[in-house]
Write a protein of this length. Sequence first.
Length: 343
Amino acid sequence: MNRRDFLSATVSGSAALWIGCASSRIVPRLGSTMTVRGAIPPNEMGVTLPHEHVTVDFAPASRQAASGYNREEAFDVALPYLRQLRDAGCRTLVDATPAYLGRDPILLRALSEETDLHIITNTGYYGAREDVHVPEHAFTDSIDDLAAVWIGEWTNGIGETGIRPGFIKIGVDSGPLSEMDTALIQAAARTHRATGLTIASHTSSATPAFEQMEILLAEGVHTSSWIWVHAHAEDDTTAHLEAARRGAWVEFDGIGPETIERHVELVMNMRTHRLLTQVLVSHDAGWYSVGEPGGGDFRGYTTLFESFLPALREAGLDEDEIDLLVSGNPADAYRIRIREYHA
């Protein structure tokens, strides 16, 4: 199958690519990392961006379809940025676009093959933006039924693609957890207990962050399984320290040309309190936007290499600490393992 046929395949139509492939039917051992091309040892992740996007579709869940956009155009738009990223020294990109918000594992695998970047996709649902991207069945499913959908993607692959998720992506709104937000973190906890997949939660503020951590503990899941996505949006830096002391991953993922100083301050604060081992850093960049001409304004992934890491060095981080931030911590965060909590 040539690239054009591969890119034009729908999820259901791509089954022939994968059925009969033994690796798509055998659940990998705990301790690996799952990419769109299969499991790898965590130490092969190398320099990693733990929160980026290739595509995004802001249409409500009810209006989205797997073949509802020009996948080949998205490939052509994203490819030079991913090649530039690979040339900058990155080895792995974590794509944080969830189902019903533009997730496309077929596209990600094609880009991974073309660039030789490891790319990781996800399972889970996104309850931020007042649940507009949550599919209808989730409003009536039990917690266990909801978790079963995500566990099924891990066990059997996403749709008929055979491509497995490498983590669980959920999203909650910024205030106290709603009923749906609560259901999503409970389902994520139960999915984690069945799969060992890490939970990355679009969270932003401290109130829902600590509420989620309490739910995880009640579900018997340790907080080291959980990433506080967009933690830089919380101004109270003592909350970052407390979350890290509880074992959570604290992700500062808004790195851009205008936010270098802010992100350096956040990282250095964690270092001062000996909590650098719990920090993840990324851009939250990319964003081929479905429905916009040419995918809109795609933002590249290299500011971290060109500006942020030099600024950290200038602030006093040594090369071992840099390596921890960009390689060691992501490898640990996305290593598949069940992290239980016993009261």
